[in-house]
Design a protein. Structure first.
Length: 115
């Protein structure tokens, strides 16, 4: 059965590699059973399942504790640090601690006083 189809394929497409006899048999069988040549869709687990709940948990925790690190958020929410960083970045939040550096420290004041 597949020999005739294989020969026909080789005549129509002489250049390049050709599918094996088994491949042609599978395609013919699939065409007869389903009426479609393409393979069936794979059933997989939805990728973003639970993503919205995770995002809400992370954002609520980050707003409630603005000075906490992504490592601590990941531990509290039971997510990876990269997932926490991605959620914060996608929401427009900054996944790092803000460190104010535009103020004088006590040592700066004493140093300027001695000049």
């Amino acid at each position: 059965m597949g020999v005739r189809q294989n020969r026909l394929y080789r005549e129509r497409f002489p250049e390049g590699s050709h599918p094996t006899r088994q491949t042609i048999l599978k395609v013919v069988k699939r065409l007869r059973e389903t009426g479609c040549v393409s393979s069936r869709l794979r059933v997989r687990r939805p990728r973003n399942e639970g993503c919205k709940v995770q995002s809400e948990d992370v954002l609520v925790y980050a707003v409630a504790h603005p000075q906490i690190s992504t490592k601590m958020i990941s531990e509290k929410c039971s997510l990876s640090k990269s997932r926490v960083r991605r959620i914060l970045n996608e929401s427009g939040a900054h996944p790092y601690r803000s460190t104010p550096v535009q103020r004088l420290m006590l040592r700066d004041v004493t140093r300027f006083a001695t000049l």
